[in-house]
Design a protein around this ligand. Structure first.
Ligand SMILES: [Zn+2]
Length: 117
């Protein structure tokens, strides 16, 4: 805990997105092994122009092991186990702001600003 090293927080912010949404987003990720660009077939602005091909160099896109659903769910399970005590701590201290992050990034940013002003 940060309190153990004499760091005092005014506020803790938790950006909330449910696991199914995260899994859906991650499973849309495609990676170019040549130029390292990441695309996402589920996000309009991040789709490759030609399905399965890199826009930069026409390399076949791949799904990284880390983005496979079972791996994402496993990582989320670990995240929840490790994070829950921290979330509970700051909630009990009345310092926790939970923000719905399954929205437009600009809206999420505005919510964060309003919490820290
Ligand atoms: Zn590429």
């Amino acid at each position: 805990m940060l309190v153990d090293v004499n760091v005092v927080l005014d506020k803790a912010i938790s950006l909330e997105v449910d696991d199914d949404t995260i899994v859906t987003r991650m499973s849309g990720r495609r990676f170019c092994p040549t130029c390292q660009t990441t695309f996402n077939v589920r996000v309009e602005s991040m789709r490759p122009q030609v399905e399965g091909k890199c826009d930069n160099d026409n390399t076949d896109l791949i799904i990284r092991h880390d983005d496979e659903e079972n791996v994402v769910r496993y990582r989320l399970d670990i995240y929840h186990v490790q994070t829950k005590p921290i979330i509970d701590y700051y909630r009990n201290e009345s310092l926790l702001a939970e923000i719905n992050a399954d929205r437009d990034p600009n809206e999420v940013f505005k919510s964060i600003l309003s919490e820290i002003q």
